[in-house]
Design a protein around this ligand. Sequence first.
Ligand code: ZN
Length: 271
Amino acid sequence: MAVPPLIITVAAVGAELTRDEQPGLPITPEELATDAAECAEAGASIYHLHVRDEAGAPTMDVDTFRAAKEAIESSADVIVQFTSGGAVSDEEDARVAPLDLRPEMASLTTGTVNFGDGVFWNPPELIERLYRTMRSVNVLPEFEIFEPGMIATAERLCAASGDDHHRHFDFVLGVPGAMPAWDDAVDFLAAHVPKGASWGATGVGRSHLAVTKAAIAGGGHVRTGLEDVRYFAAGELVSSNAQLIRRVAEMGREMQREIATPSQARALLGL
Ligand code: ZN
């Protein structure tokens, strides 16, 4: 099978970083619009979105998501992918509500996992509720995989629903409490996604470049952005999401991967 063009996702905001720690963190709709345009220009085709309130704290507020989504979509041709995880402290109803806005995609973590000092709480009932809600409004889930068992849970979920949509997985490696970015982690997980599925990977923090390389080499896709990476090099803060996208796009081209346009990404993902 031919190697597909490389889909680059930008995880631009996340729920952890503050603006004090990272001056380049986009928060307002205007900043998100500018950031999305720069990232799209640099080769990103999916914009993974968390939003912040006026004080910069993570929120699952629907109006804040609406304003952000409209701003991004008016400035850039990117697939907007909402988080459904939010911050580890978010209540269940709040995590479901933004799906009413029908983003093209949403992330869905199919298991509970320790996350630093917190617990990223995803009991079976909530996973099912998020999944059913997504599919009822034609949102494609991106299964966010922090541990191998989450792949099996995603497959059980799809099989039980009988919904034959395209399966897309993203491996998030190196979160303290979850699966480390071991040298063979990307290849191992990729070997266990179902036939016909697509997958991407990201490593948080120091493991980022090694995971990126393994994903590109293995025919997968990649995610980068301030949610996952704080330092561009030792002691040097990332200046912007676009800086990270440019580096990953360059790596992709060096490794003989064409960079997917948004329309190629949509075709690959069955959107
Ligand atoms: Zn996220």
